[in-house]
Design a protein around this ligand. Structure first.
Ligand code: EPZ
Length: 421
C-alpha cells in the first residue's frame, strides 16, 4: 500500500484545472445500461472508483473504452444482470446498476453494499422507491434480487433526501409505464448531470434542479453522450489547501454555483475569494484563520464530503469552532489522526469541537476513508517537518493525481509505493 511523505510549510501558488466529478461519473456510467449501443462520457476522472465501475460494466458484458478522460460504453449485448459481492464490496456506488438493469431487463441481482469506515450505509430508500414502481424485491444470501415485468409510474416521497436513492429510482422510472413524481429528490449537481444525460437519451424528466422531479415514462431510450461536471469536492479540497498554506491559487474548469456554501465559509474564515469570468481565485495572507462553525446539509448547503477537510482547516484557526455533520453522524475517523499532528479536537455526538492550535507537527498518520485521507494530506501541508500519510489507496479512490496537482502548485509531496502498511 502506498504512502505519501509530505514536507510541510510551502504556500501553494499558481493555477489548477479541476477534474471531472467522481460522484457524477459513478451514476452516469450505469445509466448507459438503459439503452442498447454506445454512450460516451467526456471529462471522466481517472481514479480508482471509476476503474471499479468499469469492471462492473464489463462484468455485465458491456464493452468499455477509457482514454484521455473519455469513456465509451457499448451495452449492445449484456451477458449478465448480476453485480457480484467481490466488486460491490469495494464500492457501494455499484448499487446504482440495480435501477437501470431492473427497468431495462426486468431483473437484477446486486450484492448488498457493506457498511463503510464510518458506519452503516442503509439502502431502504432505494428499495422502497423501486417497490413503489412495482418491483418485487427479495434478499437472498446477501444479494438483492429485483424483478418486474413492467414498472409502473408512481408517486414517491423520500422521507430523507438521498443522492443514491434518487439516482436509482430515477433510472428505473424513465422506462416505467406512466408518470412518476419523486418528492424530496436530491438536488446535488451530480443528480442534475444525470437528469440531463437521461433526457439526452430520450427520457422526459422535468423539475430539474428542484426537489420535485416528474418523469413521463417512455418505451425506449437511445445511447447518448455528455460532459461530466467538474468535481466540486476536489475543488473545495484544493481551495482549503490554498488558504491553509497561506497561498494564492486560481481554479479553472469549476462551476462556482456548485460551491456557494464552501466559498462563503472560506470567506468567513478570512480567505480572499475572487470569482470572475469562470475563474475563482482563493488566497489567504499571514493573517489569522478565523474560527468558523459549519453544519453540513444537503445541496446547496455545506457538503458532508467537505467536513473532514474543514476540520483540518480549523485545526490552526485563532479560536474554537464546531463542525457538525447532519448527514453522517459518525463520520469522524479522521479526528484521532489529525490529533496525532498536535491538533486539539474532541468529538461529541455528531460534532467535532476544534480548539485552534498555533501549529501542527509532522507525524505518521493513517487514512481510514477517502475524505479522511484528504484531510490528513491538507494537515500535512502545514504541519512542521514531515508527515507520512499511510494507506493512500483511500485517497486514490476519489481524487485524480491529487499529489501531482498539489506539487504543481509548490507542495513537496513524495509517493512511496508499496510501503509496509
Ligand atoms: C453519495 O452517497 C455520495 N457518493 C457520498 O460521497 C456523499 O457523502 C453522499 O451522497 C451524501 O452527499 C456517491 O455519490 C457515489 P445518500 P449516497 O444516499 O448516495 C441516508 C464521497 O466521499 N440514507 O445521499 O450513499 C444515509 O445513511 C462519498 O465521495 C438512508 O437512510 O448518500 C445518509 O445519512 C462518501 N437510506 C443520507 O441518507 C437510504 O436508502 C444521505 O445518503 C439511503 C441513504
Amino acid at each position: 500500500m502506498d504512502k505519501l511523505i509530505i514536507e510541510g510549510g510551502h504556500p501553494l501558488r499558481g493555477q489548477i484545472s479541476i477534474s471531472g466529478a467522481k460522484n457524477a461519473s459513478l451514476v452516469l456510467m450505469p445509466a448507459a445500461l438503459l439503452a442498447n449501443g454506445v454512450s460516451v462520457f467526456r471529462n471522466t476522472p481517472e481514479l480508482n472508483d471509476v476503474y471499479t465501475m468499469i469492471k462492473i460494466m464489463k462484468h455485465l458484458g458491456a464493452e468499455v473504452n477509457f482514454s484521455d478522460h473519455v469513456i465509451s460504453i457499448d451495452t449492445s449485448v449484456l451477458t449478465s444482470m448480476e453485480a457480484p459481492y467481490e466488486l460491490v464490496k469495494k464500492m457501494r456506488a455499484s448499487f446504482y446498476v440495480l435501477g437501470p438493469l431492473l427497468a431495462k431487463y426486468g431483473y437484477a441481482k446486486v450484492s448488498l453494499p457493506g457498511g463503510c469506515a464510518w458506519g452503516p450505509r442503509p439502502i431502504n430508500l432505494h428499495l422502497e422507491g423501486l417497490k413503489k414502481l412495482g418491483a418485487e424485491i427479495e434478499l437472498d444470501a446477501g444479494y438483492i434480487i429485483a424483478r418486474s415485468r413492467k414498472l409502473v409510474g408512481a408517486k414517491i416521497n423520500f422521507d430523507k433526501s438521498s443522492v443514491g436513492a434518487t439516482g436509482n429510482v430515477l433510472m428505473a422510472a424513465v422506462l416505467a409505464k406512466g408518470t412518476t413524481v419523486i418528492n424530496n429528490a436530491a438536488m446535488e449537481p451530480e443528480i442534475t448531470n444525470l437528469t440531463h444525460f437521461l433526457n439526452k437519451m430520450g427520457a422526459r424528466i422535468s423539475g430539474i434542479e428542484t426537489p420535485i422531479l416528474t418523469i413521463e415514462g417512455v418505451d425506449e431510450l437511445k445511447p447518448a453522450e455528455i460532459e461530466t461536471i467538474p468535481d466540486r469536492i476536489e475543488a473545495g479540497t484544493l481551495m482549503i489547501a490554498a488558504a491553509m498554506t497561506r497561498g494564492s491559487v486560481t481554479f479553472t474548469n469549476i462551476r462556482d454555483n456548485h460551491l456557494i456554501a464552501v466559498l462563503a465559509r472560506l470567506e468567513d474564515a478570512g480567505a480572499k475569494v475572487l470569482n470572475q469570468n469562470g475563474l475563482v481565485m482563493v488566497s489567504l495572507d499571514n493573517s489569522d484563520i478565523i474560527p468558523s462553525d459549519v453544519t453540513t446539509s444537503i445541496f446547496p448547503g455545506f457538503p458532508t464530503d467537505m467536513q473532514a477537510q474543514w476540520i483540518a482547516y480549523m485545526s490552526t484557526a485563532f479560536g474554537t469552532s464546531t463542525i457538525t455533520d447532519t448527514i453522517y453522524l459518525d463520520r469522524f475517523a479522521h479526528v484521532p489522526e489529525i490529533n496525532r499532528l498536535g491538533a486539539d479536537i474532541t468529538v461529541k455526538e455528531n460534532s467535532a469541537i476544534v480548539r485552534g492550535v498555533p501549529k501542527l507537527n509532522g507525524a505518521k498518520v493513517m487514512s481510514t476513508d477517502l475524505r479522511a485521507s484528504a484531510s490528513l494530506v491538507l494537515a500535512g501541508l502545514i504541519a512542521e517537518g514531515t508527515t507520512e500519510v499511510l494507506r493512500v489507496y483511500h485517497l486514490d479512490r476519489g481524487y485524480e493525481k491529487l499529489e501531482e496537482k498539489l506539487n504543481s502548485l509548490g507542495a513537496r509531496i513524495q509517493r512511496v509505493a508499496g510501503s509496509e502498511y
